[in-house]
Design a protein around this ligand. Structure first.
Ligand code: FNR
Length: 185
């Protein structure tokens, strides 16, 4: 069956390049993977004191992630690391202790930046957390997308043919990765 993928975008900005990339990929993957963007902007900051009486936003988020087969992270880089809003979502999903929603779900990471380094720092800091959270994360191909200002056309499609081809390869590899992990689960 078509895998349901929870897509977490590390930017809350309306015109986010990362959100655009996530939406472009959802369209490219249609029929192969069901990519669903899951909101993280309304999650109260994680506070262990609230574990016993979790805010409803935490519970809804945890349930939404639990219902998905796989994870796709599309994130900008803030100060060479993961934006706080995305790290907060990881933290919220990881608790209460022993009840993390992340473990075992196959994942992949894409970083998008207007800069030339393509969010490498955020991409790898995120991977560090995913190792601990037991998310089997696809190693290759890596996706550090720079020059985000010219990545998209007016309709939000990936404008450049080479980049579109690369992202199709990424999606093909990710589809195979998800299928392999689900088979061995
Ligand atoms: C940035 N930006 C940025 N870019 C980068 O390549 N490396 C970095 O370390 C940072 N640091 C950073 C910190 C903060 C607080 C902001 C607001 C921005 C620029 C960033 O890549 C740019 O704003 C992107 O457009 C953000 O991604 P979205 O919102 O377009 O998806």
């Amino acid at each position: 069956s078509t895998a349901n993928v929870a897509v977490l975008v590390g930017s809350l900005r309306k015109d986010s390049f990362n959100r655009r990339m996530a939406l472009a990929l959802a369209e490219m993957a249609r029929g192969t993977l069901d990519l669903q963007l899951i909101g993280i902007g309304a999650l109260p900051l994680y506070n262990q004191d609230l574990d016993a009486t979790p805010p409803p936003e935490w519970t809804a988020f945890r349930d939404a992630v639990k219902a998905c087969d796989a994870l796709l992270f599309v994130t900008p880089e803030y100060n060479r690391s993961v934006p706080g809003v995305l790290k907060n979502a990881l933290d919220v999903g990881s608790r209460p202790y022993g009840h993390s929603v992340w473990g075992g779900k196959p994942g992949a990471v894409i970083s998008v930046s207007p800069g030339a380094i393509g969010g490498f720092g955020a991409n790898h800091h995120l991977r560090q957390s995913l190792v601990f959270l037991d998310v089997p994360t696809m190693a290759q191909p890596e996706a550090y997308l720079g020059g985000a200002g010219s990545l998209f056309d007016a309709q939000g499609h990936i404008a450049n043919e080479a980049t579109r081809g690369f992202m199709q390869k990424f999606l093909d590899a990710y589809t195979a990765w998800v299928a392999l992990q689900r088979k061995s689960a």
